[in-house]
Structure formats: structure tokens, C-alpha cells
Design a protein around this ligand. Structure first.
Ligand code: CP
Length: 331
């Protein structure tokens, strides 16, 4: 594997290898070893054409913890504003000896274009492209679920994957690269995913995704859930006609205080509440839910560093193994 572009084409073997390596990386952090020499002499370029807090900073932290040099590029304030193309921008940065390019772009498909064009030799890592994919977010979400449930006593071990776990992904699915990447990865790891959204915020063709689809958050919760992942309402990508009123959205599709109480009423004591961030508090998630003991929002951010260390290490140190010929790609 040379690049990480999406989870749809990520084999189970590679996904588990990344999650297991992230586990080792997080153990390094717990022992308070601040740096590993693994990528000394390598250069990681963060190429961000869209805003980011978590992804950009955690890729930078991950690269530095592996002793790589880091170049941060944001489109704002760069020669992109003078019309410089993606090709010229990427080649300019590679001329500064980039070994990996971590790219976030507003256009779906930009990372794949960079990886498959022959413009550069560096490994390409998709840090979120348009409404298409955000593979490292999905990997850190899976890592967070795996860590949470494997720490619990009294439940069967989830082992290397998430077999049989019931996961709801709710909200603005239409614009969510996080939802797409999670659906594919969670399917590969054996979980059962239900998407819940207003009809206007579901993409065309969603019936062909490997998951169930519902418009009814309460009914889906009542059926039982191990993790509920709330999605950000992406107002910046939205036409007014897509969106029910804010009040209606919060009432029918927001994870509010009443739905938080539902988890207690159903005695779902190990169910976690996730959100990739940034959150619209009071819209898709209430503050009580976001700050509750069930919330993994900050654990997700913390785990993002370990997962991105694993991805950089496996791609740049050339350690990622191709699956054995007789291994199962997908369940
Ligand atoms: N979850 C996520 O991608 O957050 P940022 O946009 O802050 O990177």
C-alpha cells in the first residue's frame, strides 16, 4: 500500500494492521516517551486547502513524535490565491523533498488525482476531500470504539475487530465524508451500521451502501445501540432547501438531553456518544451529551495522534504488509 485515499478499498488486514500499530503508538505515549526516531530524515508536508483544527494539528504532532520534519502549507495566504494549480503547488512542495503529502481539499477526488497523476513520488494521505472521504477520521473512530469496549470487563472481547457492534451514524450524511469512510470501514470490521438522517440529507444511492438507513432516531435508539456517532450539520455546504428548520432538526435528529436519558432508561450503560468535531452544540448534540461520561469526543482527538502516527509510520517506513493470498478481504 503506497497511499491512504479511502476506507472503501482498505482491506481488513491493512485496517487491523493500522489499528494494532496505533495501539503500540499509544502505549509509547502512555509510557511518556515523547519521540521515536522512526522517521528521522523524512519530510511530511501538510497541504491544507480547507480549514482544519484537529486533523492538521494531529498530523503535525504525529509526524513530530516520529521525528519527521514537517512543512505546513495552507492555501490561505499562499500562491493558490494567484491561481497556482494543485499540480504546481504539489510539485513545488515535493521539490523541498516531501516524502509524504497529507492533503485536505474541498474537491472530492483531489487526493486520488495527486496520487495517481504521476505528478509526485511522495505517499499521499487523504485528510478529507469534499464530501467524499476522511479515512484517518474513520480509523481513529474505530480505534476509539475498540479501545473503549476492550477495556470493559464483563463483555465479550471484541478482538481485532468490531464484529456485531451496533452503530448509529446520525445527522447530515449528505455532506459527510466522515459518514462515508466510517460506513465502509465499520462494515469491513464486522459492525452493523444504521444511518439516521432527514430524507433531504441523505445522498442519492445510499441504498447501495453497506448499512441500514432510517429517518427515525428514536426508533433506532430503542432497538439498541453500542455507539452513536453524531455528524456535524455542514451549513457551509448546504442549500437552504436541504435543511428542516433548526428547531425541527434539533428536535427530531439532535442527540439532546432526552435521548441521553433514553440510554439510561434502556440500561445501555456501555454505549458511547461520538462526534468527529467541530460540534454545533444545541443543534446536532446537546452540551449535556457532549460533556457526559459517555462522550468520547476528546478521546477521539487524542487517539487521532496515535492513528496518524501509525499511518505515517506504515507508509513511510514501508512496513505495511500486503494481505496473505488466502486471507479474507471483507466479512
Ligand atoms: N474531524 C475533523 O476533521 O476536524 P477538523 O476539521 O478540525 O480537522
Amino acid at each position: 500500500m503506497r497511499h491512504l485515499l479511502d476506507t472503501e478499498d482498505l482491506s481488513r488486514d491493512h485496517a487491523v494492521q493500522i489499528l494494532d500499530t496505533a495501539q503500540e503508538m499509544s502505549a509509547v505515549g502512555e509510557r511518556e516517551v515523547k519521540k521515536l526516531p522512526a522517521l528521522r530524515g523524512r519530510t511530511v508536508v501538510n497541504l491544507f486547502f480547507e480549514d482544519s483544527t484537529r486533523t492538521r494539528i494531529s498530523f503535525e504532532a504525529a509526524a513530530k513524535r516520529l521525528s519527521a520534519d514537517v512543512i505546513n502549507f495552507t492555501a490561505k495566504g499562499s500562491s493558490v490565491s494567484k491561481g497556482e494549480s494543485l499540480k504546481d503547488t504539489a510539485q513545488t512542495l515535493e521539490a523541498m523533498s516531501a516524502d509524504a503529502v497529507v492533503i485536505r481539499h474541498w474537491a472530492s477526488g483531489a487526493p486520488a488525482r495527486l496520487a495517481n497523476s504521476g505528478w509526485i513520488d511522495a505517499a499521499v494521505i487523504n485528510a478529507g476531500d469534499g464530501t467524499h472521504a476522511h479515512p484517518t477520521q474513520a480509523l481513529l473512530d474505530a480505534f476509539t470504539m475498540r479501545s473503549h469496549w476492550s477495556k470493559l470487563s464483563g463483555i465479550p472481547s471484541v478482538g481485532a475487530d468490531l464484529k456485531g457492534m451496533r452503530i448509529i451514524i446520525a445527522g447530515d450524511v449528505l455532506h459527510s465524508r466522515v459518514a462515508r469512510s466510517n460506513v465502509w470501514l465499520l462494515r469491513t470490521l464486522g459492525a452493523h451500521v444504521t444511518l439516521v438522517a432527514p430524507p433531504t440529507l441523505l445522498p442519492v444511492g445510499v441504498e447501495h451502501w453497506p448499512c441500514k438507513v432510517s429517518y427515525d432516531l428514536d426508533a433506532t435508539l430503542e432497538a439498541g445501540v453500542d455507539a452513536i456517532m453524531m455528524l456535524r450539520v455542514q451549513a457551509e455546504r448546504m442549500k437552504a432547501s436541504f435543511f428542516p428548520s433548526t428547531r425541527e432538526y434539533a428536535r427530531r435528529w439532535g442527540f439532546d438531553d432526552a435521548r441521553l436519558a433514553t440510554l439510561d432508561r434502556l440500561n445501555l450503560k456501555d454505549t458511547i456518544i461520538m462526534h468527529p468535531g467541530p460540534m454545533n452544540r444545541g443543534l446536532e448534540i446537546s452540551s449535556a451529551a457532549a460533556d457526559s461520561v459517555r462522550s468520547t469526543v476528546l478521546a477521539q482527538v487524542r487517539n487521532g495522534v496515535s492513528v496518524r502516527m501509525a499511518v505515517l509510520y506504515l507508509l513511510l517506513a514501508g512496513e505495511i504488509r500486503d494481505p496473505q493470498p488466502n486471507s479474507k478481504q471483507n466479512p
